[in-house]
Design a protein around this ligand. Structure first.
Ligand code: NDP
Ligand code: 2IT
Length: 452
């Protein structure tokens, strides 16, 4: 619900211009609702239509990607890059490869990225891209041919001082390698045009771990401040079993928690005694090396139960103190939020982008659950991408400890910034409003300074 006519009109106009774009409109609504109070107090923002300008992407590119599969058949996919906002630095944000990818998803991710990148305090604007290509079941050569074709179009839109893509769902070290190789060949330039690169060609130590570790650093700070507690001794449920989930599991365990569940898009595993380092090594082998299903953990490790996910049978039914949604958007519904609260859960900390439905997020905040919004608590990945860019620029590489300690400081700073704004806006538990205001302030200021 909007409190001002102005915000209601901005949103209604956006709805008209972007019909049917469910995820984009959801993110835009949430941001507009959070910012309206702040905008009312700063008339200049309204005069210069900063919110309207902020919600409109600077550029949106859609292109054709044709490639040949192992059987010699032609395949056609659709590629995207949204260059959302460059007020505070070159566009920066990941590439997603998943059959569900469409304009709405790319735009919601790009919009979120603008605020997230601002929160990191590093000089990065926001962008996002990807394709409806499905990497599941494809050979390495098929993935390589797709990535080469994708980059053959994308290269003209990006560059180390223009737009720096990275990984997201379906894009990890393998894909970044093929994309980087093709960019280098076309441009004849060895530059830091992508982040998440391999360690032998300009990647940063700790980038692989960064999003999951950063999530736990932020959550630890939030737990301390809002509930005077910590991960130690807590039972944790994590959805997903990809890059973010695996390293969130690793860090939560190091901080003394017991992680009892992980999932993928088919189902979830429950490990009553907790996922030890040894069990997580098996998960890494299945997911990172073999690209298999989480179900296989049950046949390889004793004491692991597997459940197919259904409407009713959901990972969030597993009793826990802390829930870390780390798979995808809108995976935690209102009914899941109710179950979590009923079961005594004290914190929901988002690793994925917009994993919690807006109504569910509001419900959690109203119930004084420590709710940490994605754009703040998953910013560790892109923050470390920013550190990779710094290392590439000075042609040096820093140690794991150096990068990890910078990541930790950045996450604590992001918590403090979002908490300060949440308190000023009237509710210390509303880190969602806090993060939106803290991220927006800097971008709005830079937009005003640079004129139209
Ligand atoms: P991965 O591709 O490594 O893993 C994705 C995981 O989520 C897999 O377990 C996957 O299961 C599951 N998943 C994906 N789509 C769906 C779906 N539609 N329904 C159910 N489960 C799904 O991606 P990441 O771990 O990198 O990304 C996870 C989330 O974190 C995304 O929201 C991403 O935007 C966000 N994020 C990632 C960052 C990064 O640095 N990588 C940084 C910040 C945020 P399956 O294998 O069955 O598809
Ligand atoms: O959503 C995200 O922040 C990412 N997928 C990481 C982006 C990046 O540029 O590292």
């Amino acid at each position: 619900m909007f409190k001002t006519e102005y915000a209601a009109k901005v949103y209604a106009d956006l709805e008209k211009k972007n019909p049917g774009e469910k995820e984009f409109l959801q993110a835009a609504r949430e941001i507009t609702e959070s910012l309206e109070g702040y905008i009312e107090k700063n008339p200049k923002l309204k005069e210069q239509k900063i919110l309207e300008r902020f919600l409109e992407p600077e550029r949106f590119v859609q292109f054709k990607v044709v490639w040949v599969d192992d059987k010699g058949q032609f395949q056609v996919n659709r590629g995207y890059r949204v260059q959302y906002n460059s007020a505070i630095g070159p566009y920066k944000g990941g590439l997603r490869l998943h059959p569900s990818v469409n304009a709405s998803i790319i735009k919601f991710l790009g919009l979120e990225q603008v605020l997230k990148n601002s929160l990191t305090t590093l000089p990065m604007g926001g962008g996002k891209g990807g394709s409806d290509f499905d990497p599941k079941g494809k050979s390495d050569n098929e993935v390589m041919r797709f990535c080469q074709s994708f980059m053959t179009e994308l290269y003209r839109h990006i560059g180390p001082d223009t737009d720096v893509p990275a990984g997201d769902i379906g894009v990890g070290g393998r894909e970044i390698g093929y994309l980087f190789g093709q960019y280098k060949r076309i441009r004849d330039e060895f530059t830091g045009v992508l982040t998440g690169k391999g360690l032998t060609y300009g990647g940063s130590l700790a980038r692989t771990q960064a999003t999951g570790y950063g999530l736990c650093y932020y959550a630890e700070e939030a737990l301390k401040t809002l509930k005077n507690t910590s991960f130690a001794g807590k039972t944790v449920v994590i959805s997903g079993s990809g890059n973010v989930a695996i390293y969130a599991c690793e860090k939560a365990t190091q901080l003394g928690a017991k992680v009892v569940a992980l999932s993928d898009s088919n189902g979830y595993v429950v490990v009553k005694d907790g996922i030890t380092k040894e069990i997580l090594d098996v998960v890494k082998q299945i997911k990172e090396v073999e690209r298999g299903r989480i179900k296989e953990l049950a046949s390889r490790v004793k004491g692991v139960e597997y459940y197919e996910t259904t409407e009713k049978d959901r990972i969030w039914n597993t009793k826990c103190d802390i829930a870390l949604p780390c798979a995808t958007q809108n995976e935690l519904l209102m009914k899941d939020a109710e179950t979590l609260v009923k079961n005594g859960c004290i914190a929901v900390c988002e690793g994925a982008n917009m994993p919690t439905e807006l109504e569910a997020a509001k419900y959690l905040i109203a119930n004084k659950i420590v709710f940490t919004p994605a754009k703040a608590s998953n910013a560790g990945g892109v923050a470390t991408s920013g550190l990779e860019m710094s290392q590439n620029s000075e042609r040096l590489s820093w140690t794991f400890e150096e990068v990890d300690s910078k990541l930790h400081d950045i996450m604590v700073n992001i918590f403090n910034a979002s908490y300060k704004e949440a308190k000023e806006a009237g509710n210390p538990f509303d880190l969602l409003t806090g993060a939106n205001i803290a991220g927006f302030k800097k971008v709005a200021d830079a937009m005003i300074a640079q004129g139209i």
